[in-house]
Design a protein. Structure first.
Length: 277
């Protein structure tokens, strides 16, 4: 099944307005699908209610709106916009500075922020970093695709997954060696395959890549004879990153399924004329 595009997403929005309009009898005459003024009225009313909902939940609506604008940009067929999950690399002075500091110049877009003023900001995950790096489009350009690495867990063609799997593998190898146990052959082979792929993609030597990952490995090693701490969740794949716009399934949205059977009859529909605000 092909991924949904901008036209399909717009239809999702229209369907949401259909459902919202159906809540209010006084809006039956409005046709937002053909009349621009009707569409503006219903969109405005829906946004007002969403603001109330955000306030009721102690959520900052403007922050959510900025994040939504970022996802909207990432879903546009615009070559100047870097979608979430895409591979990018620093260019110009930003790249020169990273190289001078021995830092990687290639990474993955993990988030987009559209501020009230100024250029769109991109959050990029670079090798070895525990937090995402904030930059602007002027300092970025598309990066070559990540070279696929064949491992015991299958083919890995994403730098975020490759890094997470390599850290896990390195941790198991170090733990085995510290106990005088020969590391598993699959782990040794996976380490080599993943390391080679990350080295090739980042354009760095093996020692530099390994050094960047050692800090993450160290947090997972046992201390004072204790068991290793629980490994944190692996970074999200590009598809999962893009799906963060919907933190919960649509079916688990505003209504509580446990209360579905207690809803009132149809004649209890709200009566206020929303478009008259």
């Amino acid at each position: 099944m092909a991924e949904a595009g901008a036209e399909q997403f717009a239809e999702y929005g229209a369907a949401a307005l259909d459902s919202f309009q159906a809540l209010f009898e006084q809006t039956e005459h409005l046709n937002h699908r053909t009349n621009d003024e009707h569409a503006r009225e219903l969109l405005g009313d829906l946004l007002i209610d969403l603001m109330h909902y955000a306030g009721h939940r102690d959520l900052e609506f403007n922050d959510v709106l900025a994040q939504a604008q970022g996802y909207y940009l990432s879903e546009q067929d615009n070559p100047s916009v870097f979608p979430i999950g895409s591979a990018v690399q620093l260019e110009g002075l930003a790249a020169d500075e990273a190289i001078l500091l021995g830092q990687p110049t290639r990474g993955t877009v993990t988030g987009i922020l559209v501020p009230d003023h100024g250029p769109t900001e991109y959050y990029v995950g670079f090798l070895g970093e525990t937090s995402n790096h904030k930059t602007i489009a002027a300092d970025l350009e598309p990066a070559p695709p990540f070279p696929a690495a064949t491992t015991s867990e299958g083919v890995i063609d994403d730098p975020l997954r490759a890094e997470a799997n390599l850290v896990d593998t390195m941790t198991r190898i170090v733990n085995a060696e510290s106990q005088g146990i020969r590391p598993h052959k699959d782990d040794l082979n996976d380490q080599q395959a993943l390391l080679n792929a990350l080295v090739a993609w980042n354009g760095m030597d093996k020692r530099s890549v390994t050094d960047l990952l050692l800090a993450k490995v160290a947090t997972r090693l046992p201390t004072d004879g204790q068991h290793p701490p629980t490994a944190p969740d692996a970074p999200l794949t590009p598809g999962q990153l893009a799906a963060q716009a919907f933190p919960s399934p649509l079916a688990d949205g505003l209504s509580n399924p446990q209360n579905a059977s207690s809803r009132g009859p149809a004649d209890t529909t709200p009566q206020r004329p929303r478009h008259s605000r």
